[in-house]
Design a protein around this ligand. Structure first.
Ligand code: AP5
Length: 221
């Protein structure tokens, strides 16, 4: 199945996407991870991305749409797709709909992780990510077995450059102004169906809610 995972920064999209992609045999495409990889490559485009991402602003639509269109086009057609972080504006949603329609692989569900604002800043500022494999931890809620080291590959854990409290507040206002309208866009269109789950529980509880929503979405699930 093809699913779009949405929610504010720190809602738990990346954490849940990895679990759901494995459980439902979907390719997980995170626009944030793809943009960070480009940024880390030291390319001219990467330097341009840094200025937007470090400020907590959205990268311009024309750049993101091109990068994500290439990423989507290179995925095998017989696998499911789990989009995380893209689309994030209504013009991005329109561009995605055109591409998926041409590929005859339309989205089948939008899953929104609804997490209260008061939990978001604390989750993001406590996040630590693996510099090698991208595994995500939290200093309190999901601590690694060995302090500062990834459980999966043993590499060093680091804090993202945009995970400071002031940048998180900018990211939250970008979410409210530019991304929340994308949920309204899908809700008013009625297709694909939009399901909303409570993201405030423990990670395993949220996974159970998300898996239930996906399983009820179609026979392929
Ligand atoms: P992106 O990487 O997409 O960041 P985001 O949307 O702000 O989301 P996060 O990755 O911060 O949060 P998450 O919901 O994945 O939470 P996670 O699971 O890690 O985007 C970064 C930047 O890239 C943007 O600001 C923008 O500049 C640019 N960008 C990306 N896509 C773009 C687009 N389409 N257009 C334009 N620009 C774009 O969890 C967070 C923490 O909480 C972790 O430590 C985790 O362990 C912990 N946690 C998770 N779930 C729980 C739980 N249930 N209980 C307790 N702790 C939990």
């Amino acid at each position: 199945m093809r699913v779009l995972l949405m929610g504010p920064p720190g809602a738990g999209k990346g954490t849940q996407a990895k679990r759901l992609a494995e459980k439902f045999d979907m390719v997980h495409l995170s626009s944030g991870d793809i943009l960070r990889a480009e940024r880390g490559s030291g390319s001219q485009l990467g330097r341009e991305l840094k200025s937007y991402m470090d400020a907590g602003e959205l990268v311009p639509d024309e750049i993101v749409v091109k990068i994500m269109a290439n990423a989507i086009a290179s995925q095998p057609a017989d696998k499911g797709l789990l989009l995380d972080g893209f689309p994030r504006t209504v013009p991005q949603a329109d561009a995605l709909a055109r591409q998926l329609s041409e590929l005859a692989r339309p989205l089948e569900m939008v899953l929104v992780i609804d997490t209260p604002d008061e939990l978001l800043v604390e989750r993001i500022t406590g996040r630590r990510s693996c510099s090698e494999c991208g595994q995500v931890f939290h200093v309190q809620h999901l601590p690694p077995a060995e302090d500062g080291r990834c459980d999966a590959c043993g590499a060093k854990l680091a804090q993202r450059a945009d995970d400071t409290e002031s940048v998180v507040r900018e990211r939250l206002s970008a979410y409210r102004a530019q991304t929340a309208p994308v949920i309204e866009h899908y809700t008013s269109a009625g297709t694909p169906p939009v399901a909303t789950i409570d993201g405030s529980g423990q990670p395993d509880e949220v996974t159970a809610l998300a898996a239930e929503a996906l399983a009820s979405a179609g026979p392929d699930a």
